[in-house]
Write a protein that binds this ligand. Structure first.
Ligand code: TYD
Ligand code: MG
Length: 460
């Protein structure tokens, strides 16, 4: 007798196969195939049904009304900024990050703040009530209308949602959800998809907002196939180094705001503390009078952040010189090194090069080129760039320094942090930037022009 049709789906990447495989041919993950039952639909019936059910009619864009999104402040401005100004009702947010980075801590902290005005249900499938209480004590959380449930069964959580009628639901984590309706194990594609779908639907129909915590896979991406990211309105990524206490939240997707914004936090004894002025924190630790260090600026959403770029250039003892880049694109670094070798005759090829952007920031815009190049030049020539100098500009293949966007924001932030010599592309000088007395704007047209702004140790 013919049984139900089965397929096997990779838990990591969603690739399907008619038979079980030990290793996924697409993402190379081992033992990642779960069995799924495929429901076969009678196609004719489907068409018949779709004729009778109501469907959405096309309307003129010009006649549509602007929706009024209700946003609730989470009590953490840094998180609100990433969400686009607060948590939107009827929205689903996926928060992902490495284990131990602070996802549960952050959500418990905002739960207590949200619970001051809204009903919040925090569901943990990973920790016991005792552990949660202990954490809440540590975070000094009271929370009048904050409900805690430790459950993994999707139906039981849904029943509690119907009883409590929360405005905000937090599911920590979506990988622990399990429903008796499906035979596959928790964490399998079916369970994650159906669990997430249940709460997203609940949020949309009941006007609640839902936070889903998602695990990350070996490579650091969001665990499970891409559909989880497509299903939700916003995907936030919580990142940071285990060795330092700074944490950054960035939006990878946001239907209600920009994806450029970042939120900066520090993990302390009593949970996460917001860092509203990240530039100051990053620059406070800057060493004085060392070569290889240059200040630069990166625009994250609406906020310019000043950071320090450090390079270490040391004679190589290896047959092929070593190069690493942390916080800046490796290939772009190699390109800049090639430009400096060719246009300035600097012999980087004999040296190991280590590049690092302080504070765990990622410099992913071309305006960082000039500060990176200056840090590299300073590193190889052992010339010092004074503490009060900052630089931004894009570098072209002939070594020319090209204009950058948002120059006025960058200059303003540099002035606020006390820089007195701001090196900018010559083209940007034409923009009539106003700077206070004592601050000098220096325009550069080509990379070799920056040498005059560095001093040798003898000149100290
Ligand atoms: P957690 O929030 O459980 O991370 P996740 O849910 O992302 O796995 O844990 C965060 C880590 O931070 C944990 O290892 C302990 C530490 N921590 C602090 O340093 N201070 C605190 O106040 C709390 C609650 C946790
Ligand atoms: Mg957790």
């Amino acid at each position: 007798m013919k049984g139900p049709k089965k397929i096997f789906v990779c838990r990591e990447c969603g690739s399907t196969s008619p038979k079980w495989l030990g290793k996924c041919p697409d993402c190379q993950a081992w033992d990642s195939f779960d069995e799924e039952i495929v429901e076969e639909k009678n196609e004719k019936q489907g068409i018949k049904q779709s004729r009778v059910t109501e469907y959405s009619k096309a309307e003129l864009l010009s006649e549509l009304e602007l929706p009024n999104f209700m946003r609730t402040k989470t009590g953490m401005d840094e998180l609100d900024r990433v969400l686009g100004g607060g948590l939107v009702d009827r929205s689903a947010v996926l928060l992902s990050g490495e284990p131990g980075i602070g996802k549960s801590t952050l959500l418990l902290q905002i739960s207590s703040e949200l619970a001051k005005t809204r009903r919040v249900l925090y569901v943990s499938g990973e920790e016991s009530k005792g552990q949660l209480k202990l954490r809440a004590e540590r975070l000094r959380i009271k929370g009048e209308s904050l409900y805690l449930q430790t459950e993994t069964d999707t139906e039981s959580i849904l029943s509690e949602c119907e009883r409590i009628k929360p405005d905000v639901i937090i599911i920590d984590s979506v990988q622990t959800l399990c429903s008796y309706k499906f035979s596959s194990a928790p964490g399998s594609i079916t369970q994650v998809r159906e669990g997430a779908m249940t709460f997203i639907n609940y949020a949309k129909t009941n006007g609640a907002a839902v936070f889903l915590v998602g695990h990350v896979n070996k490579e650091g991406g969001i665990s499970g196939p891409k559909f989880l990211e497509h299903m939700v309105d916003a995907v936030l990524y919580f990142e940071g180094e285990r060795t330092n206490s700074y944490r950054i939240i960035r939006a990878i997707k946001n239907r209600y705001g920009s994806t450029n914004e970042i939120g900066v936090f520090e993990m302390g004894d009593a949970g996460l503390i917001e860092i509203p002025n990240p530039s100051e924190v990053v620059m406070a630790e800057r060493p004085k009078n060392t070569s290889g260090s240059c200040a630069g600026c990166v625009i994250q959403g609406t906020r310019p952040i000043i950071t320090e770029i450090q390079s270490l250039v040391a004679k190589s003892v290896y047959p092929t010189a070593k190069r690493t880049s942390d916080g800046f694109d490796y290939n772009r670094m190699c390109l800049l090194i090639a430009v400096l070798e060719k246009r300035m005759g600097l012999k980087f090829y004999e040296n190991d090069i280590y590049l690092n952007v302080a504070g765990g920031l990622h410099l992913d815009e071309p305006s960082a080129d000039l500060s990176i190049a200056m840090a590299l030049i300073s590193g190889i020539t052992d010339r010092i760039i004074s503490d009060d100098i900052i630089a931004f500009g894009e570098i072209g293949l002939s070594g020319e320094v090209r204009a950058v966007s948002h120059i006025d924001y960058r200059v303003k932030e540099a002035v606020r942090l006390g820089f007195t010599k701001i090196i900018i592309p010559k083209k940007n000088l034409a923009k009539h930037l106003s700077v206070p007395k004592g601050v000098e704007l220096c325009g550069v047209g080509n990379i070799y022009e920056v040498l005059v702004h560095m001093k040798t140790r003898a000149a100290e």
